[in-house]
Design a binder for this molecule. Structure first.
Ligand SMILES: [Zn+2]
Length: 271
């Protein structure tokens, strides 16, 4: 089994706000009836407030970076098995063993066996990436709702304390009958607090931090959650603060650089 020396040099810690420009729907795995009786509820934390799971945010950023960096090619895509309420499923995602891969380096490379797709008919070979195993650099925390971002004025037009319910119509093409379906969503204007950490190993290059910034910019021109093609899930990052902490910062010493706050991603500059 291969082993590459890995030395932690420091961490980029990014705090920002995610503002919803349109309603957001991140559903729950079970898609079951909520206590309120709404079909298609949004995921909520233990306090009953909607939140953005770190895993959803990270998965979306990863997917955008895979497309952006042309990583979805034959030989570089694996079947990844996941567990769900309804049983196991599998998705296709990028996975490779290249040491300098910006996507695998930032978002992580699962160990164990992968089914790597070898042709356009979906044939695959089993491979392990033991030689290329390294820790994931990026940590994405759950993004929690900032209560005050939902104003009294907004609440006047909402169905619940933190959410609204929209009816989406699917039209039968033969009978023209509408088939309305409820979707719970967090309203435009609501804002969440997010936090990212990018570990810097071996060298102090900024490429992984910059890759995260690119992914965040791509997300602003894409969408978070479901029903994006219907306009849901448009977001903007605001109030962005960045700290670079060297190792000595964890010993209480001055080994920290602070950048920002920046109003938007385009304004972000390190030094
Ligand atoms: Zn890769």
């Amino acid at each position: 089994m291969g082993f590459n020396e890995i030395v932690l040099n420091g961490k980029y810690v990014i705090d920002a706000e995610i503002k919803l420009l349109t309603g957001l729907h991140i559903g729950t795995a079970g898609n079951s009836l909520d206590i309120g009786g709404v079909d298609n509820p949004v995921i909520k934390d233990v306090y009953g407030k909607p939140y953005i799971p770190g895993s959803s945010l990270k998965g979306k950023l990863r997917s955008l970076m895979e497309f952006y960096n042309n990583k979805l090619t034959i030989g570089n895509v694996a079947y990844s098995v996941y567990k769900n309420n309804g049983g196991d499923g599998s998705i296709r995602m990028h996975m490779c063993d290249k040491k300098d891969c910006i996507v695998c380096g930032l978002f992580g490379r699962n160990h164990g066996q992968h089914k790597i797709i070898t042709n356009s008919n979906g044939a695959y070979v089993d491979r392990t990436f033991e030689e290329a195993v390294e820790p994931t650099r990026l940590i994405v925390r759950d993004a929690h709702l900032i209560d005050e971002s939902i104003t009294d004025e907004m609440k006047d037009n909402m169905d619940f304390e933190y959410t609204e319910v929209k009816f989406e119509n699917n039209i039968d093409r033969i009978t023209s009958a509408a088939n309305p379906r409820q979707t719970e969503r967090v309203p435009a204007g609501a804002t969440f607090k997010c936090n990212f950490v990018v570990n810097v190993y071996n060298d102090d290059d900024k490429k992984y931090f910059e890759a995260l910034l690119t992914a965040m910019k791509l997300l602003e021109d894409d969408y978070l959650g479901g029903q994006g093609s219907r306009g849901y899930g448009q977001v903007k990052f605001e109030n962005i603060k960045i700290e670079y902490k060297g190792k000595n910062a964890y010993l209480g010493k001055e080994d920290k650089k602070v950048f920002g706050p920046f109003n938007s991603l385009n304004e972000v500059k390190l030094g």
